[in-house]
Design a protein around this ligand. Structure first.
Ligand SMILES: [Zn+2]
Length: 92
């Protein structure tokens, strides 16, 4: 004689609306390379050099991980394109 004491616990999921907090997204900007720049490209690992004659550009990315600022990455514009613009189209 088995007494069935199965209690079906119906869990009600709390569908509370997520608090509207600012979603920090990694983004890229395009900046001219300054004299004395010492940033290395995240793709080719070469120094992004300042050149006096041409207006060299670099892509600077603020990288956010889990909604928190994690790091800054620098790219040659060509390298950034080659990498498939990982942080979106640079604007600046
Ligand atoms: Zn590069």
């Amino acid at each position: 004689m088995a007494t069935d004491t199965t209690t079906s616990s119906s869990s009600s999921p709390t569908n509370a609306p997520a608090p509207t907090r600012k979603q920090w997204k990694s983004r890229a900007v395009s900046r001219t390379v300054d004299a004395g720049n010492s940033a290395y490209c995240a793709v080719c690992d070469e120094l992004i050099k300042f050149r006096a004659r041409i207006r060299a550009e670099q892509i600077i990315c603020n990288v956010y991980v889990k909604n928190r600022w994690d790091r800054v990455e620098h790219y040659h514009p060509a390298c950034y394109e080659e990498a498939g613009t990982p942080y979106g189209e640079p604007n600046g």
